[in-house]
Design a protein. Structure first.
Length: 299
C-alpha cells in the first residue's frame, strides 16, 4: 500500500529538467574521474579489448566472405531432371515451378542435346535416344535434397541427378563457419566481461569509503551504479574504435580476393561487422560492470 502511494505521489511531482541535467552531468563527471583514477591500466584494458575485438571482427568478416563464396558455388549447382518420352516439358516445368525453393528452370530439348553430342562424338546414324531434360536451380544448396525429393515424386520424371557430394560439402562449410563465429562471440563476451569485472572491482575498492557514505545518506542505487556501467561501456567503445583500424586492412584484402575470383562481396559487410562489433563490445562492457557491482556492492 505504501509503495503504491509513494509511486502515485511521485507521478504527480513535476519534473525539474534542469535538475535532471545536473544529475547527468555529475554522473558523467564521476565516470570521467573513475576512468582517470584507473590511470595507466586504462591503456592495458583498451588495447586488450581491441585485440579481442580485432580477432572477433576478422573472424566475423571472413565468415561473411566464406558464406558468399559458398552461396555463389551453391547457386551453380542444379538438378538435372530427365523426362519420360511421353512427357510435355513445358507442362512439367510449370508444375515444378510451383514447388518451394525453386528459382529457375530451363528446358533442354532432346534434339539440342543430341545435336551437341553428335558434334562432340562420332555417332552412328540412329534415332535420338536422349530424353528432354530440365535444369532446376534452387535458392539455397541446403534445399537441394528437398526439391530433389519433390520432383522425384512426379510421374513424368524418368531419372534425376545432381552433385550431391558437393552440395553436402558446401552445407558442411556453412555449418562450420556459423559454429566458429558463434564460439568466437561467446569467447569474446567471456573475456570482455572478465576484464571489465576485474577493472571495475579495482575502482570499487578505491572508492569503497565514498560509496559507503553515499549509501548511508540514502543515495539512489542507480546513482552509484551508473558511473561504473558507463566506464565499462567506455572501454568497449574505445576497444572497438581501435580495432577498426586493422579491420580495414582485412576488408581490403578480402575485397581483392573477391575481385580475383569474380565473386561479389556481401553488400555492406564491413559496415555490418563494425556495427555489430561496437554494439556487442559496449553491451558486454556495460554488463560486465553491472555484474561486478551487484557482486561487490549489493546495490
Amino acid at each position: 500500500m505504501s509503495k503504491n502511494l509513494k509511486s502515485s505521489v511521485k507521478r504527480h511531482i513535476p519534473k525539474d529538467w534542469l535538475c535532471e541535467l545536473r544529475i547527468l552531468y555529475r554522473l558523467a563527471v564521476q565516470t570521467f574521474n573513475d576512468i582517470k583514477r584507473t590511470g595507466w591500466v586504462n591503456v592495458v584494458i583498451v588495447t586488450t579489448m581491441a585485440a579481442i575485438l580485432m580477432i572477433f571482427g576478422a573472424c566475423f568478416r571472413s565468415a561473411l566472405s566464406i558464406s558468399a563464396f559458398s552461396k555463389e558455388l551453391g547457386n551453380a549447382l542444379e538438378i538435372s531432371v530427365y523426362l519420360k518420352s511421353n512427357a510435355n516439358a513445358v507442362d512439367v516445368r510449370r508444375e515444378i515451378s510451383g514447388f518451394e525453393h525453386v528459382t529457375q528452370i530451363s528446358i533442354i530439348p532432346k534434339s539440342a542435346s543430341w545435336k551437341k553430342l553428335k558434334n562432340e562424338m562420332r555417332l552412328p546414324n540412329v534415332d535420338n535416344p536422349l530424353p528432354d531434360t530440365l535444369h532446376v536451380k534452387v535458392d539455397n544448396p541446403e534445399n537441394l535434397q528437398e526439391v530433389f525429393n519433390n520432383v522425384k515424386s512426379l510421374a513424368t520424371v524418368e531419372d534425376m541427378s545432381y552433385a550431391k557430394d558437393l552440395a553436402a560439402k558446401i552445407e558442411m562449410v556453412n555449418h562450420v563457419v556459423k559454429t566458429i563465429t558463434l564460439i568466437v562471440i561467446l569467447i569474446m563476451g567471456l573475456l570482455t566481461v572478465t576484464i571489465i569485472n576485474n577493472t571495475i572491482q579495482l575502482v570499487i575498492q578505491s572508492r569503497k569509503e565514498e560509496i559507503e557514505i553515499m549509501r548511508l545518506m540514502g543515495v539512489n542505487n542507480w546513482y552509484i551504479r551508473f558511473p561504473f556501467i558507463m566506464q565499462g561501456a567506455f572501454y568497449g567503445f574505445m576497444g572497438s574504435l581501435l580495432a577498426v583500424i586493422p579491420l580495414d586492412y582485412i576488408q581490403e584484402g578480402l575485397m581483392n580476393i573477391h575481385k580475383f575470383f569474380m565473386v561479389p562481396s556481401p553488400p555492406f559487410a564491413q559496415n555490418f561487422v563494425v556495427a555489430v562489433m561496437f554494439t556487442m563490445s559496449i553491451l558486454f562492457g556495460a554488463v560486465g560492470s553491472f555484474w561486478c557491482i551487484k557482486k561487490h556492492l549489493q546495490v
